[in-house]
Design a protein around this ligand. Sequence first.
Ligand code: PHE
Ligand code: NA
Length: 448
Amino acid sequence: MKTARFSRIGFILAAVGSAVGLGNIWKFPYVTGEYGGGAFVLVYLITALFIGIFVLIAELLIGKMGQSDAVSMFENLATKHGKIWKLAGFIVVLPLIILSYYSVVIGWIFHYIVISFNNLPTTVKESTDNFLTLLTADYQTQLFYHTVVFVIVTAIILKGIKDGIEKINKILMPLLGVILGILFIYSINIDSFSNAVHFMFDPDFSKLSSTAIVVAIGQAFYTLSLGMGIIITYAASLPKQSNIVKSSMIIAVIDTVVAIVAGLIIFTLLFDKGAESTKGAGLVFISLPSVFYEFGNAGQFLSILFFVAIAFAGLTSAISMMEPTVLYLIERFKMTRTKAAMICSLFFYLLGIVTLFSNVNEYSEMLKVGEKSFFDWVDFVCSTILVPFGGILVVVFVGYFMDKEKINEELIPLMGKTFVKIWFFMVRYIIPVALVAVILNETGIFKF
Ligand code: PHE
Ligand code: NA
């Protein structure tokens, strides 16, 4: 591979930029609300920090040892059946598919930044109407912002690893940290902060269904960008001297901290104005805007900061979703970066338009498959089935098909013999089983 490498800090920021996204600030708080708070958070923490770090180490290992695009790495690192394992590399198209609707959602966020400046909804009813109108009728606005996201993401990918991905993350990630810091300090000084803490950290195990457990595992994978060839691809551009165990811990811890902080901010603001925590996906787009209104002038400021923060988080994740396929096209087909980037971005842009129209009333019947809209299908199939499936491929590959001696050589100096043994045990037995459980549960084949 001849492309430029990340600097050490650049790699960490890019990986954190990929991990920290809508999954932390939008999805985590609303699934926490839906699944009842404390007990769910506890399971999520355990899985994100244990399963998450173990799989991160596995993905970084593939990238560090493989030094190529995801498809070639699966092919070349397999001790046997390389030709078949090559197929596993095609998990790289998953994030590109996810990007189609992820971009649409980032578009909504842009729209909400603009709304924050002039007309926050004054009641929950108005807020609900606003959001539903945007979603089901106002395709012009959605299309406009989806196009804006498409242009930004493409422009950055065109600039490559060092001048594009590394640079944008070096700017946006620290800014995101500052904004979340401001919002967090503001929340701590509101009385309902303690309610939010209780809600998120007092585990009520009677609310902990087995479904909540598998949702937590699925969320841990999604939030860390695992099972999609993203971390694998970024890791192929790791600087030579980096410590992959330490990097994994840093990535997982920061991602987790952001999710928790975002949750505390959101629930503090909601509880302060007596709004509910159980509003599902509408938590951020419906409940929060009307709550911001009630905070008066400060609310407008909070609203702008909040949506800018999600926009930054979302953009850096969006960029990471495109790079694996771009790199694959460059390496395997000797394409120029420009051509590879154009193919990938047109793909997600056009698919995004289909998902977008699937929510619009006039077209929704046409774009419906069974009970779900096309949009919901893409999200469901990708993030709840294929991502855990990609995760299974990764751990089975690392656990059974890579050269064990070489893995030991890499890992023992970093974490010692005992931990390497524990890691192997998790990767070979525990994690695949947990992920199979997730898939069975999500598909309804077997509900736990
Ligand atoms: N990890 C990102 C988030 O939490 C989502 C993501 C999914 C990023 C797939 C890259 C690939 O929002
Ligand atoms: Na995340």
